[in-house]
Design a protein around this ligand. Sequence first.
Ligand code: COA
Length: 263
Amino acid sequence: MSETLAESVRVHKEGQLSHLVLNRAAHLNALNPEMLQTLLTHLERLNKNEKVRVLVISADGEKAFVAGADINSMASLGPRPIADYVELGQRVMRQIETVRFPVIAAVHGYALGGGLELALACDLIVAADDAKLGQPEVGLGILPGFGGTQRLIHRCGVAAARRLVYTGEIISAEEALRLGIVDKLVPRGEIIDAAYAWANTIIQKAPLAVAASKRVIRESQDQCLNAGLRLEVAAFLELFPTLDREEGMDAFKHKREAKFTGK
Ligand code: COA
């Protein structure tokens, strides 16, 4: 692993309670392919480390947990590389969902697009009171491609999922708590302590029982989730070659309003 790769995701702790920190704050921790691959490598390694009982994922920087997939890395990709990018994002989220141990997201600031999708793939979400969450992809001419359409439905029901995905609205932490998107709301300075407190409670319980609980809860939803995830990738790859997608991403790059034409 190159030094840059290693730095985009920092291993803050590795042991019973492990902690990964996303570390690309100058870009609001936007998930580019290298960062996704690094995250995947860490998750695979931690899953093989029998000591690990709970993983906490948080992010460095003042403004954001993760502001989404990296729009700038994505914008100029051709059909094969964009398919590889979306599939890599989906694999990372799936890996979080299938590791032996519970994963807790500690979310502050913006958790948008791929950032909310990352949190949704985790077992528990602790949010800071400054968290702002949403799936703004329709404003870029695409739809959530890292599992957001599906995991939102599973977490908070189809009605809230429709509203968030169709409008791209960014909601407050209070509203996310009310909708059941996040599990706990704490002052900004307390998210890591709150995540560790849950982690330590889980660590006191029987390891095999916790792992079996995670597996059983996940497998009860898998059939429906897997079918939905395939539909989501197909729709994403259909939208990617459209003029609206080019317009949406160009508008983001040049910090202007997008003008969509439905083409
Ligand atoms: N991909 C790539 N770069 C991103 C990014 C993303 N998803 N989100 C933010 N950045 C970059 C910005 O381009 C900017 O880079 P620059 O300093 O080189 O111009 C930097 O991070 C800081 O972001 P900025 O937009 O200046 O901060 P802000 O406080 O004005 O706005 C957001 C914050 C989150 C509202 C805004 O960055 C945003 O809308 N990001 C995209 C959200 C999104 O659509 N996510 C889904 C992606 S599929």
